[in-house]
Design a protein around this ligand. Structure first.
Ligand code: RIB
Length: 303
């Protein structure tokens, strides 16, 4: 049984599938349009909510707009075992991500809207949600100042933080000392540490810096040696949200007591399953689906 608090963006993804990208001034035909719930914060919460078991408590904090997207996004979180009592509703429009699916990959333009209004300075009862949390999960689609205030609070209260600095911003390194797990992808890592090699960095931050490498898996150091956990091979249907699934599952595994190496293998399987269906959240597996996979390892010991 564990309590996990996710603070972050809750957005509607407007997804266009195309076999040609428009050039400047050009119009091209798309193949299909869909609207599906997304936002890195909500995605990570849903990844955890789907894996959660009776007795776990998953709490989301963030903001949605006072618009038709807002109510759909809240209902979606509730449908995925997430408590939304601390999600605010603000006059701004809900966050939106315009996603183009092309050539087996995605391109995203994100407009924060309500997500930009998350401000712990206005919180009162919200801080109670953090009491006895096994883990707090943060990403970068809400203001940096919000993340900083939460990181400082958690450090003071001995609460562990998993921080996924996506998309990367120059202020992220301010939070490094406050967080327990820091999970950029390799491009974000390069942007944040332009002058250091991956190997040097991993050795500098053992069991803290975990770098995701796309189809090559993920990599970290346990303090003695560097481990690369290979990705599981598949032809993806949609890679949107694969990183969010990975972070959510990694956090869930840690909260259930898995060591980092095992939690990373668990996360690798979850993201492998997630890319086999459409939508950021569409393929996120339940624990039952994880257990049905031939890659599921019995020693993970989820009841
Ligand atoms: O990580 C994927 C998510 O990032 C999408 O769901 C979209 O909302 C974007 O901002």
């Amino acid at each position: 049984m564990s309590k996990i608090v996710v603070i972050g963006s809750i957005s509607m993804d407007l997804v266009m599938e195309t076999d040609r990208i428009a050039l400047e001034g050009e119009t091209v035909f798309g193949q299909r349009f869909s609207m599906v719930p997304g936002g890195k914060g909500a995605n990570q919460a849903v990844a955890i909510g789907r894996l959660s078991q009776v007795g776990d408590e998953i709490i989301m904090l963030g903001s949605v707009g006072q618009d038709s997207f807002g109510s759909v996004l809240l209902q979606n979180l509730k449908d995925n075992n997430i408590s939304v009592g601390n999600v605010g509703t603000v006059p701004q429009s809900s966050g939106v991500a315009q996603i183009t699916l092309y050539n087996d990959d995605n391109r995203i333009i994100y407009c924060p809207g309500a997500n930009g209004e998350v401000d712990p300075k206005n919180w009162t009862n919200e801080w109670q949600a953090f009491e006895n949390a096994a883990l707090v999960v943060l990403q970068n689609e809400i203001p940096h100042e919000a993340n900083r205030a939460i990181a400082v609070f958690c450090k003071e209260h001995g609460i562990k933080i998993l921080y996924n600095p996506a998309p990367a911003r120059s202020t992220d390194l301010e939070l490094l000392d406050f967080v327990d797990y820091f999970t950029p992808n390799e491009h974000e890592c390069q942007e944040l540490f332009p002058d250091e090699s991956l190997e040097e960095l991993l050795e500098q931050y053992p069991e803290k810096l975990i770098v995701t490498l796309g189809t090559r898996g993920s990599i970290y150091s346990d303090g003695k040696k560097i481990h690369q956990i290979p990705a599981l091979k598949t032809k993806p249907v949609d890679t949107t949200g694969a990183g969010d699934t990975f972070n959510g599952a990694f956090g869930y595994g840690l909260s259930q007591g898995l060591p980092v190496f095992e939690a990373l293998k668990f996360a690798t399987l979850a993201s492998h399953l997630s890319v086999q269906k459409f939508g950021a959240q569409g393929g996120m597996p339940t624990m039952k689906e994880m257990k049905e996979s031939s890659y599921y390892e019995k020693n993970w010991n989820f009841e």
